[in-house]
Ligand binder design. Sequence first.
Ligand SMILES: *[C@@H]1O[C@H](CO)[C@@H](O)[C@H](O)[C@H]1NC(C)=O
Ligand SMILES: *[C@@H]1O[C@H](CO)[C@@H](O)[C@H](O)[C@H]1NC(C)=O
Ligand SMILES: *[C@@H]1O[C@H](CO)[C@@H](O)[C@H](O)[C@H]1NC(C)=O
Ligand SMILES: *[C@@H]1O[C@H](CO)[C@@H](O)[C@H](O)[C@H]1NC(C)=O
Ligand SMILES: *[C@@H]1O[C@H](CO)[C@@H](O)[C@H](O)[C@H]1NC(C)=O
Ligand SMILES: *[C@@H]1O[C@H](CO)[C@@H](O)[C@H](O)[C@H]1NC(C)=O
Ligand SMILES: *[C@@H]1O[C@H](CO)[C@@H](O)[C@H](O)[C@H]1NC(C)=O
Length: 418
Amino acid sequence: MLLAFLVLATSGILAANAQCQTSLSWKNAPSMKDSGLTSFVIASMTKPRGIRFVNDTLLVIDVGVGLVSLRENVDNCNGWTKTVLVQNADLNHGLVVNGTQIYASSVDTVFRYEWNPSTRTVSGNEQIVTGMDLAANHKTRTLDISGTYLLVSSGASENLETEATSPSHGTAQIRRFAINSTVPSGGYTWFQGELVAVGMRNAVGIAVAGNNLWTVENSADELNYTSGSQLVDIHEDNPAEELNVVDLSDIGHSYGYPECFTAWDMKEVIPDSSLNTGDQFSIVPNVTDAQCGNTTFNKAPRLSMQAHSAPLDIVFYKAPSNVTAVTVKPEYNSHAFVSFHGSWNRDPPTGYGIVRIPWSGNEPTAQPNAKDGYSFVLQGDLTRCPDGCFRPVGLAFDSTGRLFGSSDSTGEVSFASR
Ligand SMILES: *[C@@H]1O[C@H](CO)[C@@H](O)[C@H](O)[C@H]1NC(C)=O
Ligand SMILES: *[C@@H]1O[C@H](CO)[C@@H](O)[C@H](O)[C@H]1NC(C)=O
Ligand SMILES: *[C@@H]1O[C@H](CO)[C@@H](O)[C@H](O)[C@H]1NC(C)=O
Ligand SMILES: *[C@@H]1O[C@H](CO)[C@@H](O)[C@H](O)[C@H]1NC(C)=O
Ligand SMILES: *[C@@H]1O[C@H](CO)[C@@H](O)[C@H](O)[C@H]1NC(C)=O
Ligand SMILES: *[C@@H]1O[C@H](CO)[C@@H](O)[C@H](O)[C@H]1NC(C)=O
Ligand SMILES: *[C@@H]1O[C@H](CO)[C@@H](O)[C@H](O)[C@H]1NC(C)=O
């Protein structure tokens, strides 16, 4: 018995787990924070960012390469086969699948390809949206689908961009584009899209759930806050990163940036502050904290997250009805999972992991003022960050309920399962 087990384990195939394993090992393994889950590396790439499944094929945007597929060799348990589907070094993050249609984005353009299920190749190369290269420092153009609409999220040009208050400036916003016979040849321009939200500094992760669009927003750095006559440096733990919700039947509202922000821990730096986690505050002289708290002027987030976490993706877990030995705990069904790319200059570093947000009905279980609305599933070795550790970007569940993730700093694509 023992000998047989050792032989199987060292050959890289663990039949007991009902899944194949690869011989790849982590450069620097993240530690599992959720007992009962294990993680495996399946591929080494250049700079993997957005990931999505089309049936059982994992699609990856590998920056500098293009659109790449990974397919598990389930018959012989011989790892994952990597195929470059589209060579386009400009593709840098955004990716979404709608049936057999694949949308992928560069800084400037959303392209569409047609997936052929029998050959597992793509054809076609249409431009659906162009003229998106408006923001100097935030280059991702994240994509999702809402019925006949393609949603595109684009960040602000810089840390604090005054002009972003104006919808006609085109930055720090989400727009939607009707995909039917009205798509102009050569594609829509950015400004032909209908405004879904404005005042989201850099909502990199977006996910539609029913009639709601959930976004994870990377908030500003280096903020100071005027408290009485003093200008206080609040940047270590404020503002919070935001989980926002957009009601897709009531669109076009502002989410506050660059005037209003969300408190994470203000009392740490201003002991007599009245601002609690989740409260809105202003950093400009012509807007008051009370005005930021007015939901007509500024939509506050539904949940706050530690400052500098850098959330890049959000996916909802739909537990398969066929639960197997690898399925991530079915009791997490409908919960949201978010990747934290992590701080670039905070000391000590924070983030660098995948978190789970418990969900009940149509919203997070935790209240908007909670500090404990999420918990880590796995986390990189913070002593090796930012350059040598796991930095998750894209997330996707497969049909068996395994949670896949990309890490651009290490080039690894991996999954977590039971
Ligand atoms: C997914 O798989 C099903 C069953 O094999 C097939 O009918 C369908 O065409 C596939 N869809 C795509 C988008 O590949
Ligand atoms: C997504 O696919 C559905 C079903 O084919 C279609 O009705 C819808 O228009 C598509 N949406 C987009 C944005 O491509
Ligand atoms: C295209 O879709 C949009 C949004 O659903 C709709 O308003 C428009 O009438 C559609 N156009 C055509 C030609 O179907
Ligand atoms: C906050 O104050 C610091 C120190 O004076 C300064 O370097 C920084 O630029 C200020 N931040 C903003 C956003 O103005
Ligand atoms: C506050 O002042 C800035 C800079 O002048 C301006 O862009 C912004 O529109 C003002 N905001 C409000 C709510 O008046
Ligand atoms: C809230 O903001 C809206 C839009 O700026 C404004 O019309 C309304 O008067 C404000 N409400 C209060 C109570 O200040
Ligand atoms: C459930 O999943 C296992 C493993 O993927 C598979 O062998 C089995 O056929 C599936 N059962 C059903 C009823 O789909």
